[in-house]
Design a protein around this ligand. Structure first.
Ligand SMILES: [Ca+2]
Ligand SMILES: [Ca+2]
Length: 316
């Protein structure tokens, strides 16, 4: 059934030049009910959840832009994505007919130059196909005052969110057995900054490649739950409201020293800031389908209902 849905979605997508296939790989973070890391007070989670195996990539974000930013009302595109050598997405056309393409070699690199609100809108779009509605019900006042929190119903129904600080922290540092490590590579020793794939404890931070690298490229340096690049590559927004003007960031980047990869390195920024080293990772209570899959699922259900009815009539 799952395979059928995926193929059906691909068929739909092939008919639409503006869309591209998007698939968000996730890992299940189990062990619900674990305690916080006693040294920092983070990481305790009372539920099982899915979190992105990787940072959101340029290729995924480009599909999002093509679906939602033909007229870029919400400034989802930042021109640095095109003009900066570390950015990975080009924009062409004029407002009303913008289209977006991935730069050569950048498809699997993490998107950067994104604000927290870009990340929230990407998550909403994955949930509902609408950037303004989903786990984050967005309105100008809530954005301006930085007060928007998760809508419990949307989240509990399997909506997609920007990972919460505790979701992000547990996926990065928890050892599955009551303990936490200092680095998100299952180690208390600083990783080696080197070109991927590196060894069993390597990452992309200062002294390494000097730019973004393909997500998951440090193949031997995943977390206990199987996530990659939570240390380095790009900083990752989380949805913690740190103050009236700040949201959370964790993990450090290709530009930062190793101590910023540590569990103790809680960082934050104005949620509107879009820097060269800012990206994000998503989470959900359910595995994440692509937005068009919702239509495909509905289509399949409709078809199956029609077949059932027809069959029913046949029997009668
Ligand atoms: Ca933006
Ligand atoms: Ca990262």
């Amino acid at each position: 059934m799952k395979k059928h849905i995926a193929l059906f979605a691909a068929g739909l997508l092939a008919a639409s030049a503006a869309s591209a296939a998007i698939n968000i790989d996730t890992v299940l973070v189990g062990d619900a009910g674990n305690a916080n890391d006693s040294t920092t007070g983070y990481g305790g989670i009372g539920y099982n959840y899915h979190i992105g195996t990787y940072e959101v990539t340029n290729s995924q974000y480009t599909a999002f832009l093509n679906a939602t930013a033909v007229t870029d009302t919400h400034s989802l595109y930042n021109t640095d994505m095109g003009s900066n050598t570390h950015g990975g997405i080009n924009q062409s056309g004029t407002s009303g007919s913008f289209s977006y393409s991935v730069k050569d070699g950048f498809g699997n690199k993490p998107v950067n130059f994104v604000s927290f609100w870009d990340a929230a809108r990407f998550s909403n779009w994955l949930s509902t196909g609408n950037t303004e509605k989903g786990v984050y019900v967005l309105d100008a006042t809530g954005i301006s005052n930085n007060t928007i929190t998760r809508n419990a119903t949307a989240w509990n129904n399997g909506g997609v969110a920007v990972a919460s600080e505790n979701e992000w922290y547990k996926a990065a540092y928890y050892d599955g057995n009551g303990g936490y490590t200092l680095y998100p590579t299952q180690s208390d020793t600083a990783p080696t900054a080197e070109n991927p794939p590196g060894g069993a404890n390597s990452a992309n931070f200062s002294g390494g490649p000097g730019t973004v690298t393909d997500v998951g490229a440090y193949t031997g340096s995943d977390s206990h739950y199987g996530t990659f690049d939570q240390g380095g590559n790009v900083w990752e927004w989380n949805d913690a409201i740190v103050s009236t003007s700040l949201r959370g960031l964790r993990g450090g980047s290709f530009n930062d020293f190793d101590f910023l990869l540590q569990s103790s390195a809680r960082n934050n920024s104005n949620p509107t800031l879009e820097l060269i080293s800012f990206g994000f990772r998503v989470s959900s209570l359910a595995p994440i389908p692509e937005p068009s899959a919702y239509a495909a699922i509905l289509g399949c259900l409709g078809l199956s209902l029609a077949l059932t009815r027809r069959k029913g009539r046949g029997i009668l």
